[in-house]
Structures are given as structure tokens and as C-alpha cells.
Design a protein around this ligand. Structure first.
Ligand SMILES: [Zn+2]
Length: 169
């Protein structure tokens, strides 16, 4: 059974009361540890957050944000995710935590895979996996996202108009 914790109206996925390799920084809560790399992205479907993922091989920390169900500000740029999914239930994806990690670079993933004997998983970038989750798990937050994208777009249109005016001058 997975431990859960409430964050406002949201039930956090993979909550751990002990420090792990995977830490989320929640705006109204502070630091929360989760059990595996995919848990960060799964929680990111429901709320914006900051994240730190420590590579299980070299211990280097990958940092990023999830804003409106998108991965942003990745540092370093190309971390890799290895994820073993256990299938989907209604509205959720199950993952096998021991086999699901975020690696700061491909070399570390390759090294880790060379001794890995578990179930074969998917290897992909964080934005790719986030995109895949977005497609499979639409939520109410998604509707809000559309709403704010519209707002942002009209905002940037104003900026472009201004720029156009400027160019004419
Ligand atoms: Zn590493």
C-alpha cells in the first residue's frame, strides 16, 4: 500500500516520511519527499511544484519545475527517466518504485542498466514522460490550464502588437 498525504485538496502520490532521492518543493507546504522519480511527475499533474532528483549512480542533483503540467527549467538539460509501469487504473498510473529513477545523464543510466536485473522499463526524457502522462490522465487541472494558456496568449499578443507598433515607428 502506498502512503498518502494531503496537500490542500490534493492527495500526494508516493509520499515518504523519510528522506529519499526525490524531493518536491510545494509552494504552500515546503519540502516533501516521494518514493520515486515518477511520483514527482505524477504529482505535477495535479499541482505546480519544484523538484530535486538525486541520481542513484553519481548522486548529482537534477533540478526542475513543473508548471501547468509541463517540465521546465531542467538543469542539467537532458536527464533520463527509467520507469517501470504496472499498468493503469481508473485515473492513475502505477509505477514500480525500485525500478523507477531519474538519472542526471545518459552515462549514469547506462551504468545502472548494466547491473539492473528487474523488469524492463521505458527510457525517456522527463518532458516526454510528462507529455505521455498528460495524454493518458486528463484532469480538471487540465481545463484550468487551457484557461490560463488563453490568458497568456492574449497577453503575448498584446506584447506583439506593441512590438509591431514599435517596428512601424
Ligand atoms: Zn548520475
Amino acid at each position: 500500500m502506498k502512503a498518502v498525504s494531503q496537500y490542500g485538496p490534493i492527495t500526494l502520490v508516493g509520499f515518504s516520511d523519510k528522506p529519499t532521492l526525490y524531493r518536491m518543493i510545494l509552494p504552500q507546504r515546503g519540502d516533501v519527499y516521494v518514493k520515486c522519480g515518477a511520483d514527482i511527475l505524477l504529482n505535477g499533474l495535479k499541482t505546480d511544484l519544484g523538484a530535486e532528483a538525486r541520481c542513484p549512480v553519481c548522486r548529482y542533483v537534477t533540478r526542475f519545475h513543473i508548471v501547468k503540467r509541463r517540465v521546465e527549467d531542467l538543469a542539467p538539460k537532458n536527464p533520463m527517466l527509467h520507469v517501470v509501469e504496472l499498468g493503469m487504473g481508473a485515473g492513475h498510473v502505477g509505477v514500480e518504485c525500485e525500478s523507477t529513477h531519474i538519472f542526471d545523464k545518459k552515462d549514469c543510466l547506462t551504468k545502472w542498466l548494466s547491473t539492473y536485473t528487474g523488469k524492463q522499463g521505458l527510457v525517456l526524457s522527463l518532458p516526454e514522460y510528462m507529455g505521455s502522462l498528460n495524454q493518458r490522465l486528463p484532469t480538471k487541472y487540465h481545463e484550468q490550464e487551457h484557461h490560463s494558456i488563453t490568458t497568456t496568449q492574449s497577453g503575448s499578443r498584446v506584447l506583439e502588437d506593441r512590438k509591431a507598433n514599435h517596428d512601424q515607428l
